[in-house]
Design a protein around this ligand. Structure first.
Ligand code: AMP
Ligand code: MG
Length: 362
């Protein structure tokens, strides 16, 4: 009974006013390869208040015209996303940033260095940005994606696009169009297939102050990269589960995320310790999620999440690996802990949430 859940959007509670759910069931979701014709269709749909799945360099996004509250509400309905989790607004040109918010000088410096790319800045919003985009926060998250399909669709549509990851709430983010189709088939009219996402993890989300930034969610742009420009603090919510009632700097950090159906636990230890642990635990339905090089020597079946010394490959594989666990009908997954430096911090952060903060240190 979605309509009775607290925190869900009121559109579920007023189905006559917003009969989108009934409409969603009738939708025939088209999957079109990236290209000019597809961008035109996407832009038309977006201008008319519809949702479109778009590829970005981070993960696939579920886009709507950010300036059209009715369209934005459809995002929350299609994803079943809690209304208090704000959306990131995607732009293709720096001038759009000034239309949406009042950035401090540092934001321009960071935009110059990292845009287009996987960095989201939360900035004081202007009244043109509706409450439903920001969950009534005084700031709005802004990002300029580098994927050519995303940039073309934003430009063609003529509007900034609110676009969270294109998964159903709680599931791993889609890094290929087929994953988004699995989650959104029947709920949206169109997904543009732009191939595999380069980074494979969502953007870094930062709060920008006058001379410093605070990382609310680690991602493709690392702490080390940002430190070249300003002081960097990492928010507690990146590493720790927030206590009930504790206020989250980034509301998305409150929710269980990225999780397959299996119970995931992170195992921190050497290769030998990890192997010995699995030897003890092996049983029907128990799977390893491990580095490619170690898979063949493990005592139980497993899925690869990239090469050990290659964090970019781990970022690239992580969400697909989590989805593969479901395909294999895994009941219990023991994931070998990645390093926490560079993009490793983002990988660890996502895995920690997929594991509902269960970590065993050997
Ligand atoms: P997703 O759209 O799935 O990539 O998630 C977006 C993330 O950015 C969520 O964790 C949000 O809570 C966070 N976010 C978006 N806008 C803001 C904002 N204005 N302030 C803080 N966090 C934000
Ligand atoms: Mg998401």
């Amino acid at each position: 009974m979605l309509s009775s859940l607290p925190g869900r959007l009121s559109c579920w509670q007023h189905r006559d006013k917003y009969p989108y759910r009934k409409k969603m069931n009738l939708l025939n979701t088209k999957l079109l390869p990236a290209g000019e014709a597809a961008y035109q269709l996407a832009a038309e749909l977006l201008r008319s208040g519809e949702l479109v799945g778009i590829p970005t360099e981070t993960v696939y996004g579920l886009a709507a015209n950010a300036l059209d509250p009715q369209a934005v509400l459809k995002i929350f309905a299609a994803k079943d996303r809690p209304a208090d989790n704000p959306l990131i607004v995607h732009i293709w040109h720096i001038d759009q940033m000034d239309e949406l918010c009042d950035p401090p000088e540092l934001a321009y410096k960071l935009a110059d260095a990292f845009w287009p790319g996987p960095l989201t800045m939360t900035l004081p919003r202007k009244p043109v940005v509706h409450d439903c985009v920001t969950a009534s926060l005084p700031t709005v998250g802004i990002r300029m994606p580098s994927h050519p399909a995303a940039a073309s669709i934003i430009r063609e549509s003529g509007c900034p696009l609110a676009a969270p990851s294109g998964n159903r709430s709680g599931s791993p983010s889609p890094t290929i169009a087929a994953h988004m189709f699995d989650d959104m088939n029947g709920r949206i009219p169109l997904i543009i297939d732009g191939g595999t996402c380069d980074v494979g993890l969502e953007s870094t989300v930062i709060m920008v102050n006058e001379d410093s930034v605070r990382i609310l969610r680690p991602g493709g742009i690392t702490v080390e990269q940002l430190q070249e420009f300003c002081d960097v603090e990492v928010d507690d919510g990146v590493y720790k589960k927030l206590e009930p009632g504790q206020k989250a700097a980034s509301p998305g950090m409150l929710y269980k995320h990225y999780a397959p159906k299996a119970e995931v636990t992170i195992i921190a230890g050497t290769d030998e310790q990890y192997r010995a642990f699995l030897e003890e635990k092996k049983a029907e339905g128990v799977f390893a999620m491990a580095f490619e090089e170690e898979l063949s020597s493990l005592p139980c079946p497993g899925v690869s999440f990239g090469r050990k010394e290659d964090p970019a490959s781990q970022a690239h594989r992580l969400f697909s690996a989590l989805r593969e666990c479901d395909e294999l009908d895994a009941k219990t997954v023991y994931a070998h802990s990645p390093e926490q430096t560079g993009i490793g911090l983002a990988i660890y952060n996502r895995l920690l949430r997929a594991a509902a903060f269960r970590v065993i240190t050997l």
